[in-house]
Ligand binder design. Structure first.
Ligand code: AHR
Length: 506
């Protein structure tokens, strides 16, 4: 949690941090990823049997290494919008008998050369847990149950045996399952009303939990601040002894999914836009509590958390989905991703999982080329956060002036503060404090006394570039991280359009 005290332009900024002000534990799963059958994410991204950079399974080894560098804990699959017409049985067994199908979500076709067993194996190589999204469009409950049985059952049953026949004796053990994706969206095959969705989701949840009570189910929410969210939570976050087989400690729904993409061609609206997600999380958390209170859910049932399973900077006009959504990110976008990650850390007490959309090529921090990887500008904040911003959240007070111009969405103004210095801090098990300060200003440095930093040896990571407009290409790296040391004495100067991470031992 970061509190903010607004100063005038003339007053000197100040940051106060005290390592004893330890708050909630941050769930590692906030650094999750997402791979969809879309553009070059799967084919040409993580799977490319023709590439000299791929292993014997056809997996790009450079992509695996990069994701291991991030310690990505969990990865969502196979969509996204793709899910609404995906039949998982098309993607198992011998490749020669897998059917090609039209892909309705993103145009083109789906060869099904990469399917469930490939994804599971790939996750094992990355060191991430799989998170599967069920087809709420053209799919049936029978298919969903069959997929769960195929992945998780160790019984002598049809789909468990089919998995064995396909070469995998041990269950894949998929813990996280989503009850559809953006079912509310007009672009969705079988778009549903909130009433129809809530009825179906609850009944599917009951059947899925009967088959495997150990799984965690994710309800399909919208942005976190819509009437869809209020309604489906009220209908599905309830408690009935009958539905739960008499358990007073289990709930059908573990998490509530929300999605937000931000972006603007204007620098300040671009870097302040992720603050809309801060309010969205708070509101969705309030709606979860409202559902629990009104439905009399006992405290013995753990509070449902938010699964922010699509977030990022994405402007579909700039990088259309049907054309593969290959965003070319600028430094301004990297600062926005820094603010995004600060939001997720600050609000971590409500968040069970967050998965950036997406991992490779499609609105992604990594681009594959025939010869290797381009680390986009947004790679650097993601990498620093995923490596170091784990453990517990710390309370921080920031005093600085605020950006007061237009925002996108407009409602940010008057709802959420937009300080020039956007801050979050954590402390890990080794008592190392990590504090991220994003100076979103495009032309002003801030000299800032830091109270509570242990004088001595402070590790500094600094991400910046010549201007907010620069980006990285295969030929030129304009935005990267520079490392240095600071003795922790006197004010620290946060340079314009920069992300800083300061780390010190307490
Ligand atoms: O991540 C790209 C797309 O954005 C996903 O398929 C969909 O869920 C969202 O609209």
């Amino acid at each position: 949690m970061t509190s903010f005290t607004k100063l005038t332009e003339e007053q000197q900024p100040y940051i106060y941090i005290n390592a004893v002000n330890k708050l909630n534990k941050i769930n590692d799963n906030i650094y999750g990823g997402f791979t969809e059958h879309m553009g070059r994410c799967i084919y040409g991204g993580i799977y490319d049997p023709d590439s000299h950079l791929s292993d014997s399974h056809g997996f790009r080894t450079d992509v695996i290494s990069a994701l291991r560098e991030l310690s990505v804990p969990v990865i969502r699959y196979p969509g996204g919008n793709f899910t609404a017409t995906y039949h998982w049985q098309d993607g198992i067994g011998p490749r020669s008998s897998r059917p090609s199908r039209p892909s309705l979500a993103w145009a083109g076709y789906e060869s099904n050369a990469f399917g469930t067993d490939e994804f599971m194996l790939w996750c094992e190589k990355v060191g991430a847990q799989p998170f599967l999204c069920l087809n709420f469009g053209t799919g049936t409950l029978d298919e969903a149950l069959a997929w769960l049985e195929y992945c998780n059952s160790d019984q002598n049953t049809y789909y468990a045996n089919l998995r064995r026949q396909n070469g995998r004796e041990k269950p894949w053990g998929v813990k996280y399952w989503a009850l559809g994706n953006e079912v509310w969206g007009p672009w969705q095959v079988e778009q549903m009303s909130k009433e129809a969705y809530a009825t179906k989701a609850y009944q599917w949840a009951k059947a899925l939990k009967l088959l495997d009570p150990s799984i965690e189910l994710v309800l399909c929410g919208e942005t976190g601040y819509s009437s869809w969210d209020v309604y489906v939570l009220k209908e599905c976050v309830r408690w009935s002894l009958h539905d739960l087989g008499g358990s007073t400690t289990a709930s059908l729904i573990a998490m509530h999914s929300i999605h937000i993409y931000t972006g603007s061609e204007e620098h300040f609206p671009n870097v302040t836009a992720p603050l809309s997600a801060e309010r969205a999380i708070e509101m969705a958390a309030g709606f979860i509590d409202l559902a629990r209170i009104e439905n009399g859910v006992p405290h013995t049932i753990p509070r449902q958390t938010i699964c922010f399973d699509e977030w990022n900077v994405w402007m579909p006009d700039r990088a259309p989905g049907e054309q593969g959504a290959e965003e070319r990110y600028t430094l301004s976008d990297a600062l926005a991703v820094g603010v995004w990650l600060n939001v997720l850390v600050r609000q971590s007490k409500y968040i069970g999982m967050a998965t950036i959309a997406q991992n490779v090529n499609v609105i992604a921090p990594l681009l594959t080329t025939a010869e290797g990887l381009v680390k986009q500008t947004t790679w650097w904040p993601l990498c620093l956060f995923s490596r170091y911003m784990r453990g517990h959240l710390l309370a921080v007070n920031v005093r600085c002036p605020e950006y007061e111009g237009p925002t996108q969405p407009e409602w940010i103004r008057g709802t959420v503060a937009t300080p020039f210095l956007d801050v979050s801090a954590t402390i890990n098990e080794d008592k190392i404090v990590s504090m991220v300060v994003v100076n979103i200003h495009d032309s002003r440095d801030f000299e800032t006394p830091l109270e509570g930093v242990t004088a001595g040896d402070v590790q500094i990571y600094h991400v910046t570039g010549e201007s907010p407009k620069v980006g990285n290409t295969q030929e030129k790296t304009e935005v990267k991280v520079d490392e240095s040391r600071w003795d922790g004495k006197g004010p620290f100067i946060f340079r314009k359009h920069s992300i800083y991470m300061l780390r010190w031992q307490t």
